[in-house]
Design a protein around this ligand. Structure first.
Ligand code: UD1
Length: 367
């Protein structure tokens, strides 16, 4: 056991999944102080992930909640600063690209505490995405840049940040590979929704660009309804941000009436992983889900113009269609037909031991 103390900051649903690959292993070798910023607070987006994935209960809760980017980032910084000063960790560890990531990176940098970033180097090259801004800033301040893919390492090298970059594989892939098969056995989601394996579509949408404002939402709803009509049924767990937009624009009623569309609340990890593995195809604007679909061997149609997970597209398992419904239908048809017995190559996202590599690199870097 090393005497090192690592302060880890998480705040959003995908970060709880990523921490599940690391926290348990880290605690075998060092002291970890886990801080939950509270950016996600609903049970479906937060507590259920801690329970199902065995993430240790956080030592500190900042209770930041929802707000504008400035309010959320600022409040997280104000909460974190005294905490990091009091805990005096040897390093701060952050994941991904959310406002929690940005806030923790800024506070660590200003307090001159070494910063390590898991999922470093991901780029969409679209600065209109808040996540792109968060990633660029977090990488700039991180001395240890733990990368999921060779593409991410190359991105950092181009930005002059190659020295701190380490290719360790993808921590979310660790969890997907380990828990996916368990979920398929344990979850009863298929029976609950009355679905047959391989006989339905699974959709998610929560990106600001797709769900804020009536213009984008109208196109999203049209795309989902037409996909359901042609390849459905379509299961659509609705993120709270998306639900709020759909309610405000009156489009929720249209979705509820649409034939073949099955709406539900956001699901826990096990139920979602089970539905994913049984789906004919996925429609999503999530980054993590593109990768999880690939690993599960499920074709993905991505409702964005770019992706950070370029390997999923290059390997033919993912198509980028934005909110173009015609392109989505065409891609669904082609991907579903082509699927056959093909299997994806999981090694694109590491050896399933990325969490172990995170811990080893962290401790080697600090000693
Ligand atoms: C955030 C991340 C995004 C990540 C996503 C995962 C940023 C900039 N974005 O987006 O990168 O992919 O998390 O889900 O950090 N809300 C609730 N309950 C909650 C949390 C949020 O109802 O527990 C609602 C609120 O109305 C809130 C809205 O959802 O205003 C958006 O939440 P927010 O955390 O700001 O961003 P996400 O869209 O979840």
């Amino acid at each position: 056991m090393s005497a090192m103390k690592i302060l880890t900051v998480v705040g959003n649903r995908p970060q709880f999944v990523k921490a599940a690959a690391v926290s348990g292993l880290l605690r075998q070798q060092a002291t970890e102080v886990l801080v939950h910023t509270g950016q996600h607070y609903d049970r479906e987006l937060s507590a259920v992930f801690f329970e199902e994935l065995g993430v240790p209960p956080p030592e500190h809760q900042l209770g930041v909640g929802s707000g504008s980017h400035a309010a959320q980032t600022g409040e997280t910084m104000v909460g974190l600063e005294p905490l990091i000063e009091a805990e005096r960790p040897d390093a701060v560890l952050v994941y991904g690209d959310t406002n929690a990531t940005l806030a923790a990176a800024l506070v660590a940098a200003k307090l001159a505490v070494p910063l390590a970033h898991v999922e470093a180097g991901m780029r969409s090259f679209d600065r209109g995405m808040p996540e792109e801004v968060n990633r660029i800033a977090a990488d700039r301040f991180s001395a240890l840049l733990l990368c999921s893919t060779a593409t991410a390492v190359a991105n950092l090298e181009r930005e002059g940040l190659g020295e701190g970059a380490r290719l360790i594989g993808d921590v979310m892939a660790d969890v997907a590979l380990r828990i996916g098969p368990i979920a398929a056995r344990r979850s009863e989601a298929l029976a609950r929704f009355g679905l047959e394996r391989g006989g339905y579509l699974l959709a998610t949408a929560h990106r600001a660009g797709n769900v804020d404002g009536p213009a984008a939402l109208t196109r999203l709803v049209d795309l989902l309804c037409r996909s359901a009509a042609e390849f459905g049924p379509l299961v659509f767990p609705i993120h709270p941000r998306t639900r709020a937009g759909l309610l405000a624009t009156g489009l929720l009623a249209e979705l509820e009436r649409a034939p073949g569309v099955e709406l539900c609340e956001p699901l826990g990890y096990l139920d979602f992983a089970c539905l994913l593995r049984g789906a004919r195809a996925v429609l999503t604007d999530s980054g993590g889900l593109q990768k999880e679909a690939y690993l599960a061997g499920v074709p993905c149609v991505t409702l964005r113009e770019q992706t950070e997970w370029v390997e999923t597209v290059e390997s033919g398992w993912n198509r980028l269609v934005g909110l173009d419904a015609d392109a989505a239908l065409r891609s669904l048809g082609e991907l579903i037909e082509r699927r056959g017995d093909e299997r994806p190559d999981p090694s694109l996202y590491g050896d399933g031991e990325a969490g172990r590599h995170v811990v080893a690199e962290l401790l080697a870097w600090l000693t």
